[in-house]
Design a binder for this molecule. Structure first.
Ligand SMILES: [Zn+2]
Ligand SMILES: [Zn+2]
Length: 219
């Protein structure tokens, strides 16, 4: 089909999940017709066309990418698919702004209080928790006390217990909300809600390893 009969879009060469240079202009990960070329990212291991479908610009259109990213950093410890491709001194936080801007999007939309209350009541095994479900930060005091959110916002990722760290019943997009929030936070620079609380020599990957397995996300 001639070009003038088919809409042409900019090619994509960067991984939508982690921002790694996956292809090049000649062999892009997504081509000028908006079709995937099935290239595997050396960094996060995502294959273009298999798990990185997205519509840039909105939470709804990119939640899948945020979820994939949020799972990669906990379930796989942000390990490189091809360890030989990992640059010396590679830093996850410095790397993340490479994620194309359209895939960094606003945060998840807020949910109403009724829905949230039903969500945290439904959380299995909710007891007293001191580790942030989103980012793994553990020094900010209890987030949950005997199954009830304390209201203590995470000094690191800013997640509010019972609001930002519960899956909602509904679609899979609602269920991956906690994992996706982690991916969204990372893609937007892993900024601290309270910068003064950031320890010297902070290692985000080590901190993420403390996220309870229940909240790692499913690959
Ligand atoms: Zn990637
Ligand atoms: Zn947190």
């Amino acid at each position: 089909m001639a070009d003038e009969e088919w809409p042409v879009v900019p090619v994509e060469t960067l991984c939508r999940v982690c921002g790694n240079e996956t292809g090049d202009e000649e062999h892009p990960s997504w081509d000028r017709y908006g079709a995937p070329r099935y290239l595997i990212c050396d960094c996060c291991g995502i294959e273009s066309g298999l798990g990185d479908d997205a519509v840039a610009g909105t939470w709804e259109g990119t939640v899948n990418l945020h979820s994939r990213r949020g799972t990669w950093v906990t379930a796989r410890g942000a390990a490189w698919e091809d360890p030989g491709g990992r640059p010396p001194g590679w830093d996850l936080v410095e790397w993340m702004p490479r994620v194309p801007a359209g895939y960094r999007t606003p945060p998840p939309p807020p949910a109403g209080p009724e829905r949230l209350r039903a969500a945290w009541r439904a959380c299995p095994g909710a007891g007293t928790e001191t580790v942030c479900r989103v980012c793994g930060f553990a020094d900010g005091g209890p987030r949950w006390h005997e199954g009830v959110p304390t209201g203590a916002r995470c000094p690191c990722c800013g997640a509010e217990p019972g609001v930002d760290d519960v899956p909602l019943a509904g679609t899979w997009r609602d269920e991956v909300r906690v994992v996706a929030r982690r991916g969204w936070w990372l893609a937007n620079g892993a900024r601290w809600a309270e910068p003064a609380a950031r320890p010297g020599g902070w290692d985000v990957v080590r901190q993420l390893a403390a996220v309870p397995p229940r909240w790692h996300g499913a690959e």
